[in-house]
Write a protein that binds this ligand. Structure first.
Ligand SMILES: [Zn+2]
Length: 84
C-alpha cells in the first residue's frame, strides 16, 4: 500500500472496502469502493462522500477505508448502495 487513501477513486483502484459510520446513531455499514464509485465522483475525498443513514436519515458520517482479507471476501458483509 502506497500511502494513505484519500479519495474514492484511490480506494476503488486498490479494491478496498469502505466502512461508513453514522455519527448520529452509530450504525455502520461496509461497501465496496468500486460500487460507490459508480455513483459518486472518483476524485471525491472519502470524508466528503454523500451518504444517508438508512436508519435515522442523518448525513453526518465517518468513513474509513480497509482492505478486504484475501480469499475471505465472502465472509465480509458488503452492503450494496441504494440510490443516494
Ligand atoms: Zn444513523
Amino acid at each position: 500500500m502506497a500511502g494513505p487513501i484519500r479519495t474514492l477513486g484511490e480506494a476503488a483502484r486498490h479494491n478496498m472496502a469502505l466502512r461508513i459510520g453514522c455519527k448520529a446513531c452509530k450504525r455502520t455499514a461496509d461497501y465496496l469502493a468500486s460500487d460507490i464509485v459508480r455513483f459518486q465522483p472518483a476524485g471525491r475525498g472519502l470524508e466528503a462522500l454523500r451518504m444517508v443513514c438508512k436508519e435515522c436519515g442523518a448525513r453526518e458520517i465517518t468513513v474509513s477505508a480497509f482492505e478486504l482479507p484475501r480469499k475471505r471476501e465472502n465472509e465480509v458483509v458488503i452492503w450494496r448502495p441504494t440510490v443516494m
